[in-house]
Write a protein that binds this ligand. Structure first.
Ligand code: SF4
Ligand code: SF4
Length: 468
């Protein structure tokens, strides 16, 4: 309940139950009224941009390579055309940390803006699947009537076509995600070969399609209410300064029906309940900010429409902080926001520096396990090493390995180190032969420089075992 609220909600019955659970403990199916209005149009445009980006993402290429690839199976990742390898895992961890701090900061200031405007669950549910439902079954009233009526040919036709389209779109979503994982070319190949030759992939596709279909046809708002951890964190992320979708109780209360030909003594809320009827999670925003509110803006549009009709000022429900509504105070840059901003700035700087200075080639040299040292004649001693090199770019890179600080020799076993093939891992085996008079301990630190066309790429250190 909002502090300072000029009405008493302490005994309000909404506290006793969740809108989506009935008195018998069963699911209350929500039939939200079709939303329309200014914010809905903006959200529709944002959703079209987001969906276009999501569905064209796997087809976008830079120099013949996908712009995005998240191949977890082969541990290959391409983000905005830059290839990343498992060796870059620390960058992923750092990026995740930065992202989490950004989410915390963003939520502290703007509340659940993400949920309403950019979350794939809300976008698919409200802007794709729900729209199909309205198109086939009509608005909330018609849907309820259809569900309660007997199985006539009309009901069968409507339900069958709706669920067919739901399944088809779920299948397209699954294929799109698969394309992000294995790339579009592989996906076309799988389609050409047919399910029989790739039964594992096909079963995974069917499973994911079924999950998407189940989520969007049945589970719906429950994802936001009981599964999504972000929604459940709102209690700790929001404060009185956060901008949320809020009912202006100072203006709206005491609510009361509008009556003709009498001077209105009540507040601006005419208790029409339209804001509740459009809510896809079934809540009454007039009871204050609630965990269930996914910031879909439907109640803002519905209430603005009502205010317009009765000749009151729009914005009885609007984006506002509790402080703005209760004390009419503007946004404050609090110590909490300053702290989050500082941490975010530091993390972002560190991440950007690591990405900017990331080496194109990463090499590791390890002594071959099970080998100590070999005496060569009277005056030399050798160790056997394995070198592994990752070329993280999309071009071949010629490399040479040079020993630093010793008068030794590198003798390759088999192929010499030469061109590193693009976007691949190479390895070589070599003996490092050192004069005995340069060794004065059993374990000596040695270093190599890996260069490409005279330009040093990386210094690599390891140990040389031997006796004097
Ligand atoms: S839509 Fe506006 S006027 Fe109608 S009940 Fe909700 S807050 Fe009150
Ligand atoms: S309260 Fe309003 S913004 Fe929140 S979910 Fe319901 S309709 Fe959407």
């Amino acid at each position: 309940m909002p502090e300072n609220a000029p009405y008493n909600l302490d005994n309000a019955s909404f506290r006793d139950s969740v809108a989506t659970i009935g008195d018998d403990g069963k699911r209350n199916w929500i039939y939200p009224k079709k939303p329309s209005g200014r914010y809905h149009t903006y959200r529709l445009i944002a959703s079209i941009v987001f969906l276009s980006f999501l569905f064209t993402g796997p087809f976008l290429q830079i120099d013949g390579h996908p712009m995005f690839l998240f191949n977890i199976l082969e541990r290959k990742f391409i983000i905005f055309g830059f290839p990343f390898w498992p060796q870059d895992f620390f960058l992923f961890v750092l990026a995740m940390l930065t992202f989490f701090v950004f989410i915390i900061l963003f939520t502290a200031i703007f509340g659940r803006l993400w949920c309403g405007w950019a979350c794939p669950q809300t976008i698919f549910m409200e802007m794709v699947f729900r729209k199909i439902e309205y198109w086939i079954e009509g608005d909330a009233g018609s849907q309820k009537k259809l569900n309660n009526q007997n199985w006539t040919s009309e009901k069968i036709a409507k339900k069958a076509s709706k669920h067919f389209l739901f399944f088809l779109i779920s299948f397209i979503i699954s294929n799109t995600f698969l394309a992000y994982i294995i790339g579009v070319e592989r996906l076309w190949q799988l389609m050409e070969h047919g399910p029989a030759r790739h039964s594992g992939t096909f079963i995974a596709l069917v499973l994911f399609t079924s999950v998407f279909y189940g989520v969007f046809s049945r589970f719906r708002e429950q994802v936001c209410l009981v599964v999504c951890p972000y929604g459940r964190l709102q209690g700790v992320l929001l404060d009185r300064n956060s901008v949320v979708i809020a009912y202006d109780y100072t203006r709206g209360e005491q609510r009361g029906k509008i009556t003709k030909n009498s001077v209105r003594k009540e507040g601006d809320c005419i208790d029409c309940s339209l804001c509740v009827q459009v809510c896809p999670t079934g809540i009454d925003i007039r009871n204050g900010t609630q965990l269930e509110c996914v910031n879909c803006t439907a109640c803002i549009d519905a209430c603005d429409h009502v205010m317009d009709k009765v000749g009151f000022e729009k914005g009885l429900i609007r984006y506002a902080s509790e402080n703005e509504i209760a004390n009419k105070s503007k946004f404050k840059f609090t110590g909490r926001i300053a702290g989050y901003s500082l941490v975010l700035a530091v993390l972002f700087t560190v991440l950007a520096s690591f990405v900017a200075f990331r080496s194109d080639v990463e090499a590791t040299i390890l002594r071959t396990p099970g080998q100590l040292y070999q005496l060569i004649g009277e005056d030399s001693i050798s160790n056997l090493y394995n070198i592994q090199l990752v070329n993280k770019t999309f071009k071949d890179i010629p490399v040479t390995l040079v020993l630093n600080g010793f008068k030794g020799k590198i003798r390759y076993v088999g192929n010499e180190l030469s061109d590193l093939k693009r976007d691949s891992v190479s390895s070589a085996v070599f003996f490092l032969v050192l004069p005995r008079n340069e060794i004065d301990q059993s374990k000596t630190k040695v270093s190599f420089t890996l260069s490409s066309e005279g330009k040093p790429l990386q210094n690599i250190e390891t140990y040389f075992m031997g006796v004097k």
